[in-house]
Design a protein around this ligand. Sequence first.
Ligand SMILES: [Ca+2]
Length: 246
Amino acid sequence: MFPFPDARYLNDFDVFITSTNSSDPKDGRMCASYQNSSTTSPASIIVLVCINQPTRGRYLVVRRQPTASFRPDAIAIAEIRVFTKFSDNQAVVGPKNQATTSRVIQSGTWQNLGAELAVDGNSSTWSTTDTSIDPTWAGQLAWWQMDLGAVRNVTEVTITSSTDYTNSRYLKDFSIDLLMNSRMNSIWTSGATQCYYFRGDVEMGATVTYKCYNPTPGRYLLIRRVDTNAYRPDALSLAEVQYKYV
Ligand SMILES: [Ca+2]
């Protein structure tokens, strides 16, 4: 007996965006189709990139294809995340919803200065990590990571430093990397490529664009301290992080 039959309902489906609350594909614009010759495995994560860029609309519809080979009348979805961008120059300009804020993490959080404060679109708020207070990351170099939602060819990363003097000092001697595996994964260095390596201090409140040496592919954008002998290598503070890709 198939142990998780509901997973089989998430196969042979279309995703489209509509402006009206309609589930008819002709009323919307196609984002992506998903076909799997075998059944979808339980707990799979399926990442779909819209074929039309941008695909504007108010409603997102996931619809089984009428020709689906197995139970087109059924669909089962554990979780959906929607990633959007709000400018036409392919810059990501901070989160506008929960789906976006949930995709950033850091190596321990100092007080309430969570990783999401680096992507909230507000340059007067900042994240601060402190590995010395988190047993998981104790003694390690500080880092901050953003899940880009799909593999992107990143061309540049723009970082705004904290407007607080003490926190701004934590942004020094860092590497910007693109990863295929999350930093949370023990094999994160596999498939990691450096976008930019910065030595020195960043002025308090400054916004600096770091152009990658080459368009750098990766699913995760990692900013990490690199020098154990530098000032407070266990700490990293970021007011805003943006990136561009091709
Ligand atoms: Ca912020």
